[in-house]
Design a protein around this ligand. Structure first.
Ligand SMILES: [Fe+2]
Length: 277
């Protein structure tokens, strides 16, 4: 039986994993179950100064599920995506939107289950990552709201999130954004586990069948309530920290930092198995 020494961060989100040695990633056969169980409860697990290699992290993550292949992206490791604003990084343009609350992969057919992020080079100031529970957000709704929202559906688009960064897009940007898949999701996700969470974030464009402005203000209100005081787990990175989170039960974002200075994060992502329904 694998035991994690956990220290709760906020009432609803996050736990620090103390006294944890990187060797356990590959040596402890019960660790994947212990991590999955802790993620279900806490949403985010922070392993301070773990200093694990990409290889050890990938070997561990494979035990959590199927890793998404990033081999179309730099760097060389197919299961590790490098997140940086280095001009040579072809995705740097899109990483700018990471500063808005979002769930990864809502435009994919199935959103990823688990994300694993490690700080390789940290910014001098800023660049913290914040998390807030979308399970707690659902639980906090009034009974009337739960009834009202049960059948609402939300359209998610790439354009919605990009417009938050690029307020005056070029025709080429608009054309590229329009080529991306549009997804419609329920506002309330009833998970296979029976738990319910809200499906929110920067990709949310409008609510089906509702006046666009009215729908947007409802979505903004729900986002603000989800991420209100006392509900956010904020992690200030040190090099070598690894954070694992349940992408299906949280929104997250990165805080501002100087993009001209180096900041390098390595991410691996475990594919989801459950469609949002
Ligand atoms: Fe993200």
């Amino acid at each position: 039986m694998s035991t994690l020494i956990l220290e709760e961060i906020t009432e609803t989100t996050g736990a620090m994993v103390n006294d944890f040695d990187a060797e356990r990633l590959t040596a402890d056969e019960h660790l994947p179950d212990a991590v999955s169980e802790a993620l279900e409860t806490f949403g985010v697990l922070i392993f301070p100064k773990l200093n694990a290699s990409d290889e050890a992290l990938v070997r561990f993550c494979r035990k959590l599920g199927t890793l998404i292949d990033f081999s179309h992206l730099p760097p060389e490791t197919a299961e590790v995506m490098e997140i940086s604003f280095d001009p040579s990084n072809p995705n740097a343009e899109y990483f700018a939107s990471n500063r808005f609350w979002h769930i990864d992969g809502l435009l994919d057919e199935i959103a990823p289950k688990t994300s694993i992020l490690t700080a390789r080079v940290t910014s001098e100031t800023g660049g913290e990552t914040e998390f807030a529970s979308t399970y707690a957000a659902y639980d906090d709704l009034s009974a009337d709201e739960k009834e009202l929202f049960a059948d609402l559906r939300v359209v998610h688009t790439f354009e919605a999130v990009q417009r938050m960064t690029y307020h005056d897009p070029t025709p080429a940007q608009l054309e590229e954004w329009a080529s991306r898949t549009v997804r419609e999701h329920p506002l309330v996700w009833e998970h296979d586990s029976g738990r319910r969470s809200l499906v929110l974030g920067a990709t949310a464009s409008h609510i089906v069948g509702m006046d666009v402005d009215k729908g947007r203000s409802l979505l903004a209100d729900l986002r603000d309530r989800t991420t209100g005081p006392g509900k956010v787990c904020r992690h200030s990175w040190s090099e070598g920290d690894t954070v694992i989170w349940d992408n299906t039960g949280l929104v997250h974002r990165v805080c501002d930092f100087d993009h001209a200075k180096p900041r390098v994060m390595h991410r691996s992502t475990v594919a989801g198995q459950e469609k949002i329904k």
